[in-house]
Design a protein around this ligand. Structure first.
Ligand code: PSU
Ligand code: MN
Length: 305
């Protein structure tokens, strides 16, 4: 193991016995959801992964170490403190060396998962090309990470705070397969559909595991997006949520919000404007992703035996 990594006792035990492990990010906890729902959700998501036969490894940077798996106290700390850095690829060395706390984004979690030998990672939504990204150059580091780090990312698509069309174009250019779980259209996080098609429809966790295995056996480096639509009963009204998102983007623009603050600002605005309705949807889609991610990890581990 890399000297900068430490595994929680649960993850250590799982690794020793070759049990399937699922990585979880922590920016969603510190910057994606309000306290205390963030911590409660993180715990419930971990439990769903256990119930589905895998071991959860929530990843964060604490005390100069990349933690692969967090204790209950560490989860609480991460969720309740408001001085936790949002850690993407560029931030990992600084946070490790200065021993400052950081919550890992999709990009950073992929890096840490790969270092820890974990192939499957569950989150809510990935970052992407922001609207007007062609002029602002605001393109999430998540996309570049997907281009070269060997981790499968289970998500509910991407929020329409992004330009979903440009995001798909970018992923296609970088050779990142975008698979729709039992769907042909790219889900848009709060809603099950968007105007865009995924590259492939996949219908079973075992099928997804085989595709990932084939990719990496072929030494085609990079990640893959497994897009799992939010369960029907929790999906939000498309017009309503898109209206809220449009206002949030306008507000971000008028306040000159830039760089890494854009995404957390928009997420917070959307949460506030929907009075918790979007938070409830967010929580449910992450749980649904956890179920699917654990099932994929179980099949992946079987196929590598
Ligand atoms: N999108 C969401 N929820 C989130 C994020 C994105 O719907 O919590 C977080 C993830 O951690 C993602 C990061 O990796 O924001 C992307 O930030 P940026 O756009 O600054 O790269
Ligand atoms: Mn950005």
């Amino acid at each position: 193991m890399n000297v900068h990594l430490t595994r929680s006792p649960e993850v250590e035990e799982a690794a020793k016995h070759g049990k399937p492990i699922v990585a979880l990010e922590s920016t969603i906890i510190s910057h994606g959801m309000p306290y205390p729902q963030n911590v409660a959700t993180a715990r419930e998501v971990e439990q769903i992964i256990r119930e589905n036969g895998a071991v959860p490894a929530t990843i964060a940077i604490l005390d100069g170490k990349i933690k692969i798996g967090l204790t209950d106290e560490e989860l609480e700390e991460l969720g309740s403190r408001n001085d936790i850095a949002k850690a993407s690829r560029k931030d990992i060395p600084y946070l490790v060396a200065t021993k400052k706390p950081g919550a890992t984004t999709v990009a950073a979690t992929m890096i840490c998962a790969e270092l820890a030998g974990i192939q499957i990672f569950v989150t809510g939504g990935i970052g992407g090309v922001h609207r007007e990204g062609e002029t602002t150059m605001d393109i999430s580091a998540d996309l570049e990470e997907l281009a070269h780090t060997n981790v499968g990312v289970v998500c509910a698509g991407a929020k329409s705070i992004l330009d979903l069309g440009l995001t798909l174009e970018y992923l296609e250019t970088k050779g990142v397969p975008v698979m729709g779980y039992q769907t042909q259209t790219l889900p848009a996080f709060f809603t099950r559909t968007s105007p865009f098609a995924v590259h492939y429809q996949v219908n079973a966790p075992s099928e997804i595991a085989s595709i990932l295995k084939a990719k990496w056996e072929l030494e085609i480096n990079g990640g893959a997006v497994i897009a799992n639509p939010i369960p029907e009963e929790y999906a939000m009204d498309e017009q309503f949520i898109n209206g809220v998102i449009d206002s949030a983007i306008a507000k971000a623009k008028s306040l000159n919000i830039e760089g890494k603050d854009v995404t957390p600002f928009l997420l917070d605005q959307v949460n506030q404007a929907t009075e918790g309705k979007s938070l409830a949807a967010n929580i449910q889609l992450v749980k649904s992703n956890a179920r699917l991610g654990a099932q994929i990890a179980v099949h992946y581990a079987k196929q590598t035996l």
